[in-house]
Design a protein around this ligand. Structure first.
Ligand SMILES: NC(=O)C1=CN([C@@H]2O[C@H](COP(=O)(O)OP(=O)(O)OC[C@H]3O[C@@H](n4cnc5c(N)ncnc54)[C@H](OP(=O)(O)O)[C@@H]3O)[C@@H](O)[C@H]2O)C=CC1
Ligand SMILES: [Mg+2]
Length: 365
């Protein structure tokens, strides 16, 4: 290991382990200024691979080209949507069966999460179930050039788990060299006017290169069967909030989320038919361009096997084009024990798309 690599490794290990001697809850520890030196993503990726060398290799996933016919003078924006699986929920609430105990060890799982992010290098990262924001993702991603925002759930179920690391919530990161933050809103979702335990972050960003503005949103709706109407109400509230944010400005939208809803559910239909003219990016991977993937999460709980399509990237279909999308894992890659696994850290797959602005957006939101 060369000198600069060793220094990087030691800085990374320190950042990733800095809670051990702290008297404060880990999630409240602010990063030491020493850790704010920039990190080269390639070097950091190498370090992840070193730490993970005893694990099976990462799954190979390819980007599928979707629109080669719409030339754009600016580089596309890469958006990543991912429910990373809260550490406390994975260990204390999710009841995963057939999931080897080493799979859930945070000391290695965090490197797998980081490796997945570094492998695709998104310009914008929308995460759910983040319960290691302040001690892990904020300090590291800020050194990689990202601006981060975290909005915890008001009553996170993580807090019920012994040795938890604080509440889980949504996090939104964007690369500061590509975007300027124009406006940021933390939204506590309501259902039939009642405040709920689910949240969203909506940020208006301006592309430094093109000057174009858009609104990026991350959310995580209420889980579980029996809550379909509740999810639908939360979705309507989110749409109303986005309507208010974009009203008058007609800026394009990208909404990333774990909606906890199959495409047959009311909340999906509300988004698909909204006056905001949204479409779901991952449909474009299907043969007819009209079908969602067969699954975005696949796990075996003690209560049985759960294979569902719950995660989406919605976008303003007239103002934006999806240039490419990262394909999903095959059943064979996922394997018989499903997710999370030794080589994939979450029970949800990451969704990654490259977007470009269409040339004539006026009035076409
Ligand atoms: N202290 C207090 O006063 C309060 C505490 N709470 C706590 O919060 C919990 C509910 O919070 P809420 O936000 O509504 O939670 P949700 O029902 O939305 O689920 C929370 C998490 O559980 C995961 N999950 C989904 N299905 C299952 C399952 N079958 N088994 C295990 N985990 C699952 C979800 O993951 P995914 O999205 O990946 O499916 C999700 O991240 C309560 O159970 C309680 O623990 C809530 C309110 C008040
Ligand atoms: Mg979960």
């Amino acid at each position: 290991m060369g000198n600069s690599t060793s220094r990087l490794y030691s800085a990374l290990a320190k950042t990733l382990n800095n809670s051990a001697a702290s008297q404060h809850p880990e999630y409240l520890v602010s990063p030491d200024p020493e850790h704010l030196e920039p990190i080269d993503p390639k070097e950091l990726l190498e370090e992840c691979r070193t730490v993970l060398h005893t694990r099976p290799p990462r799954f190979q996933r390819d980007f599928v080209d979707l629109r080669t016919d719409c030339p754009s003078s600016h580089p596309p924006m890469r958006i990543m949507q991912w429910n990373i699986l809260a550490q406390a929920l994975g260990e204390g609430k999710d009841n995963f069966a057939q999931c080897p105990v080493e799979t859930l060890k945070w000391e290695e799982r965090k490197y797998l999460i980081l490796e997945e992010i570094l492998a695709y290098q998104p310009d914008i990262l929308c995460l759910q179930e983040v319960d290691h924001y302040f001690d892990t993702f904020q300090p590291l991603l800020s050194r990689l050039g990202y601006h981060g925002t975290f909005f915890p759930k008001p009553w996170s179920p993580c807090l019920d788990v012994e040795h938890n690391n604080g509440p889980d919530g949504c996090a939104l990161f964007f690369l500061q060299n590509r975007f300027k933050l124009v406006r940021s809103a933390n939204i506590r979702l309501t259902a039939m006017t009642l405040k709920t335990n689910q949240v969203a972050i909506a940020q208006t960003l301006e592309c430094k290169e093109s000057g174009r503005r858009f609104c990026i949103t991350v959310t995580h709706l209420k889980a579980r069967t029996g809550w379909e109407q509740f999810r639908s109400a939360q979705g309507s509230d989110l749409l109303q909030n986005l309507q208010n944010i974009t009203q008058g400005t007609k800026i394009p939208l990208i909404v990333c989320g774990d909606f906890n809803a199959e495409p047959t559910e009311e909340v999906y239909k509300c988004f698909a038919s909204s006056s905001l003219n949204l479409d779901s990016a991952y449909k474009l991977l299907s043969a007819d361009g009209q079908s969602e993937p067969p699954y975005t999460t696949w796990k075996i709980r003690t209560s049985g096997e759960c294979r569902h399509t719950l995660d989406y990237i919605w976008y303003s279909k007239h103002a934006l084009s999806v240039k490419s999308a990262l394909d999903l894992l095959t059943e064979e890659q996922i394997g018989p024990n499903r997710l999370p696994s030794l080589n994939y850290p979450s029970d949800h797959l990451s969704l990654v798309c490259d977007f470009s602005f269409n040339e004539e957006p006026d009035g076409l939101l």
